[in-house]
Structures are given as structure tokens and as C-alpha cells.
Design a protein around this ligand. Structure first.
Ligand code: AMP
Ligand code: MG
Length: 475
């Protein structure tokens, strides 16, 4: 083991997936002409038991740019359904698991790379990540994290000085390598591959691993497998509700992008919806709108259903199917809870909840001049305890351009909101202001905003606007 003073090289990496032996290939990292640290996520360091003052930029670069190894690098094997078609040619084509560690919170984490070079799964591709792709993943994960979504985060992004050619970016474009901090890189597709190669034994082994490490409260129970699948359904439904409430469109909900822990990860052509338009589709190549904003719950359901095929090699399919039927309720409960919070409330009766969310979506759907997330920012910024006195004070000074029909819907929203406020004791109005602040960050990363930040980087090499924008999430 290393005697380096680099805290990253002295973490207690555990040979978790490596010791299972059957789910990876050992690979090497690419060597790069340049190493410039563009992003270090100091927020994550305490979870690793580290203090940011102990960790230098050079430590980041040595571990996550030069890839000084502590353990073997593991490119994971997996397959997946991509836009409905089974693809047995997947696997980590530009990444590997650098290491796995227990956090001080008792959870087990992966350091997974993206853009670290070719592997046996690269096919004809270069194994690289564009700098812009890295920046976009930082933005997606930090914004989602701030909005309470269970997500992976970027620990580091090192610019690597190569010219890359991509169809979806002006090329040549700059290169980078990222390290992603996540609960796990075991995907639905990791299990799908085992079904493809007909290995019930390896499925059992992997499932036991997943239960022990990521579902320890279930491990060893009599019906552990059934309980696991039910809990996975709940976790995925909850995650999907978190995306929907955040106005987030993941864009590529293939089964190789679905984590077995129910965590959100792998951000490619994602987008935050500009307005409440259920048909909004983020990926330009998703012609049929398979992964449109409104189709996300159905896509998650489909993925969970497909996962029954490999799992049924070792557990009962009928039980899984009846668990899956609970998806809708899990989803609804989670969605309502999060939406209420975004609207300032922590709990309301069921009819009240339905009225308020219904009136909100009706308004936002009809009045596209009010952006989706902009509405919540405006609510946070405009809310005053005196809204309770008189419904006309609610959004009294908005600057939305609305037609007659939309004005009627806004009136309706005001009445619903006002009714809820007058039922609250005055002392609780402060909680509403606080809840609005907690649930609604003031910065929204719509595409033009992301492009504006990227322009600064690519034209002036000015990274400060990006850092400032991410810092604004904390307010
Ligand atoms: P993604 O769309 O990022 O989820 O990737 C889908 C599959 O393509 C995975 O097997 C990736 O490893 C692989 N892949 C994507 N981009 C590259 C690349 N530039 N080089 C090698 N493999 C890649
Ligand atoms: Mg992927």
C-alpha cells in the first residue's frame, strides 16, 4: 500500500465488487497531455472523513488525473435495453470503478470514472469525455442534489488537453476526465447480462452482494428477495417523483442507466423543463419521445418490469409483479409530498393536496409564460405573511404576461392558496417562508443558462461564472 501523503491514496478502499470476480475486467487508465483541475467537490470530503484544508489540488490531480492506483481499476460488465432494444454490447466503455469506500455515514460508495480511456467495451469509440459533458454532469448532479434528489455527484473534473470530435458539439472540443461519487455502479443491466449468459449462480451471488451492501436491513430476512424487489420499486418510484417535481428530464432512461440502489446517475443530454410541457423531450435523438418528461414514470415502470426477467432466475416472478403494481401509489405519495414542500407546505389533507397541486399544474400548463421552475422561485421570492389577509395580495406584483383565460387560472390558484393560508395559525406562516426557501433554489439551469456558462469557459476560459452559479444553489 502507498506511503503517499495524498489523503485519497490513503483511504481504506475495500475490494467489494472486485472480490466477486465475475462482473468486471481489469483495465488501465489513459495518459493525458495535460492535467488541470477544473472542479473539486469539497462538499463530499467530510463524508470521506476528510477536511478540504487537508486535500490539495495536486492530491486531486495525482489520484484522479494521473490515476495513481491503489487497487485494480475495474471496468464493469453489463448489458441493457436501449430505447427498448436489447444491447449485449455494453459495459464500461470509458470508465471504471477506481475504488470503493465506506463513508463516515456508514454508507458504501464508489468512485467511478468517466472519460478515463478505452476498455474492452469501448467498441469503436475513444473512451473519452468532453469537457462540456463533464461540466453538464456537474451542473445536473449539483442542482438535483440541492433539490433533494438522491443522486451521484462529481467529486472531480480534470481537463486533459486532448482534441475530441463529437457530432453533438462544435469540434474539435476539449477533453476531461471526471470522478463520480455514487452509491453503486451496479445497474439493472448488470443483472440483464447474467440472464443473457444464462448464469443463475452469478445472479444469486450478485443479488446477495447487493442485499448485504445496499439493503443491509433486509439481508438475512426470510423473504429477503421479495422485500428487496418491493423496496427497489419504492426507491425507483420515489426517485422518479423527485425528478418530476424538480422538472428534470433525464433523457436516457435505458436499463444500463438505472442503478440497483435507486440512485440517479449518468447525465448526458438531460434538461430541466423550461415550461410545464409534459411532451418535452430532452434528447435530440429520442424521436418518438420515449423518455419525454411525462413518460418518465412509465419508463421506470417498464425498466423495473424488465428486471424481473433476470431476477426470476433466482426468485419468484409473481411476487415481483404484485410488488410492481404498488409503483403507482409509491410514485404518487412521493410526488405529492415533494410538490407540497415546493409550494411551502409540509402536510395537507388529501383533497387539499389534490386541489393545490391540480391548480398549480393547470396554471403552469396553460400559462407557458410562467416557466416551471421560475414559478417556484417567484413563489419563494414573493411570499409574504400578509398574503393571508387578502387573496388579491398573492402574486400582487407579478410581471407575467397572461391572457384572459390564464388570468382566470391564476385567480383560481390564488383562491386555493389563500384558503390554505387562512386555515393556518399565523405563527406557522414563517414555516412556509422557510419551506419555500429550502425547496426552491433561486438558480435554474435551463439550457440557455448552461450554454451561457459554457460560453464563458470556452471563449474566455473563465470558470468563475460556473463556480458562482453552483454556489448560488446553496442559498
Ligand atoms: P451512455 O450513453 O454514456 O450511458 O453510454 C452508453 C454506452 O456507450 C456505455 O457502454 C458507454 O461506456 C459507451 N460509451 C459512451 N461514450 C463512449 C466513448 N466516448 N468511448 C467509449 N465508450 C463510450
Ligand atoms: Mg450510461
Amino acid at each position: 500500500m502507498s506511503h503517499s501523503s495524498n489523503p485519497f491514496l490513503n483511504l481504506n478502499y475495500e475490494p467489494a465488487i472486485e472480490s466477486l470476480a465475475d462482473y468486471h475486467d481489469v483495465v488501465t487508465a489513459a495518459e493525458y497531455p495535460m492535467h488541470r483541475l477544473r472542479w473539486r467537490n469539497d462538499d463530499i470530503l467530510p463524508t470521506l472523513g476528510l477536511d478540504s484544508s487537508q486535500v490539495s489540488d495536486d492530491d486531486f490531480i495525482e489520484a484522479f488525473g494521473h490515476f495513481r492506483a491503489v487497487r485494480p481499476f475495474l471496468a464493469l460488465r453489463y448489458h441493457g435495453y436501449q430505447f427498448g432494444e436489447y444491447n449485449p454490447q455494453l459495459g464500461d466503455g470509458r470508465g471504471f470503478v477506481y475504488g470503493q469506500v465506506s463513508g463516515v455515514d456508514g454508507e458504501f460508495y464508489d468512485f467511478g470514472t468517466k472519460g478515463s480511456g478505452r476498455t474492452p467495451y469501448s467498441r469503436t469509440a475513444d473512451g473519452r469525455l468532453t469537457l462540456k459533458g463533464g461540466v453538464r454532469e456537474i451542473i445536473a448532479s449539483e442542482a438535483l442534489y440541492r433539490m433533494g434528489v438522491k443522486t451521484s455527484r462529481c467529486l472531480s473534473l480534470v481537463e486533459t488537453g486532448e482534441d475530441l470530435w463529437r457530432g453533438d458539439e462544435p469540434s474539435p472540443t476539449r477533453s476531461a476526465v471526471m470522478v463520480r461519487f455514487s452509491r453503486s455502479h451496479i445497474r439493472f443491466g448488470t443483472f440483464e447480462r447474467l440472464r443473457w449468459i444464462g448464469r443463475a449462480d452469478l445472479t444469486r451471488k450478485l443479488l446477495d452482494h447487493v442485499l448485504q451492501v445496499y439493503y443491509p436491513h433486509i439481508w438475512g430476512k426470510e423473504n429477503q428477495d421479495d422485500i428487496f424487489y418491493l423496496e427497489l420499486v419504492e426507491r425507483v418510484a420515489t426517485l422518479c417523483a423527485q425528478w418530476m417535481a424538480a422538472g428534470f428530464c433525464h433523457a436516457v432512461l435505458n436499463t444500463d442507466n438505472m442503478s440497483i440502489t435507486g440512485e440517479s446517475f449518468d447525465y448526458g443530454p438531460f434538461a430541466f423543463i423550461p415550461t410545464y410541457d409534459p411532451r418535452f423531450t430532452a434528447a435530440y435523438f429520442d424521436h418518438a419521445g420515449r423518455y419525454s418528461y411525462a413518460n418518465q414514470p412509465a419508463a421506470c415502470y417498464w425498466n423495473l418490469e424488465k428486471l424481473q426477467d433476470p431476477l426470476s432466475m433466482v426468485m419468484d416472478k409473481d411476487n415481483m409483479q404484485s410488488s410492481l403494481l404498488k409503483f403507482k401509489d409509491f410514485y404518487r405519495d412521493a410526488y405529492c409530498e415533494i410538490m407540497l414542500k415546493r409550494l411551502g407546505f409540509s402536510s395537507l389533507s388529501e383533497p387539499e393536496t389534490e386541489d393545490l397541486i391540480g391548480a398549480t399544474l393547470e396554471l403552469l400548463s396553460a400559462a407557458q409564460a410562467i416557466g416551471y421552475n421560475q414559478f417556484f422561485v417567484k413563489l419563494r421570492q414573493s411570499f409574504e405573511p400578509n398574503w393571508r389577509e387578502d387573496a388579491s395580495k398573492i402574486f400582487g406584483s407579478h410581471d407575467w404576461e397572461l391572457n384572459d383565460e390564464q388570468i382566470i387560472l391564476l385567480e383560481k390558484w390564488r383562491v386555493v392558496y389563500h384558503q390554505l393560508l387562512i386555515r393556518l395559525p399565523i405563527a406557522e406562516l414563517e414555516n412556509i417562508a422557510q419551506q419555500l426557501q429550502q425547496s426552491n433554489p433561486t438558480i435554474i439551469f435551463l439550457r440557455p443558462k448552461i450554454e451561457e456558462l459554457w460560453e464563458k469557459i470556452t471563449v474566455d476560459d473563465d470558470w468563475q461564472p460556473l463556480y458562482d452559479a453552483i454556489a448560488q444553489l446553496k442559498t
